[in-house]
Design a protein around this ligand. Structure first.
Ligand code: SF4
Ligand code: SF4
Length: 110
């Protein structure tokens, strides 16, 4: 039996109000929660090598490979957890995993 959650004030909940294992108040909310923050490596795609075969798109467990009109357009780093599966399955060696801390430092310089 499903349980209806009232969670408008969830930010004020202390640890005692959460269910063991966490609270998922409704379905279909994964997009709303950025879960890539604890990634230690990030995938970086070489556009020259990529032929948009979409193997990485189907293999990514977090649906973090973004596709538009049959082309790989982006990797959603807000949701990518850095598992490296995309780099492993790519037949053209077009994705390299790079150190996340170093990548963030480089971004800060720009
Ligand atoms: S590293 Fe993992 S989560 Fe991130 S895009 Fe690749 S397959 Fe998806
Ligand atoms: S698996 Fe490799 S070649 Fe295929 S779409 Fe992904 S990055 Fe491009």
């Amino acid at each position: 039996m499903s349980k209806k959650w009232k969670y408008k004030d969830i930010d004020k909940w202390g640890p005692g109000r959460h269910e063991p294992g966490g609270t998922i108040p409704e379905s279909g909310t994964a997009e709303d929660y950025k879960t890539g923050g604890w990634r230690t490596e990030r995938p970086v795609r070489d556009q020259e090598k990529c032929n948009d075969c979409m193997i990485c798109f189907f293999a990514c467990p977090d649906s973090a490979i973004r596709v538009e009109n049959g082309k790989l357009v982006d990797i959603d780093l807000g949701h990518c957890k850095g598992c490296g599966i995309c780099a492993q399955v790519c037949p053209r060696d077009a994705i390299k995993m790079e150190d996340e801390t170093r990548a963030r430092k480089e971004e800060e310089k720009v």
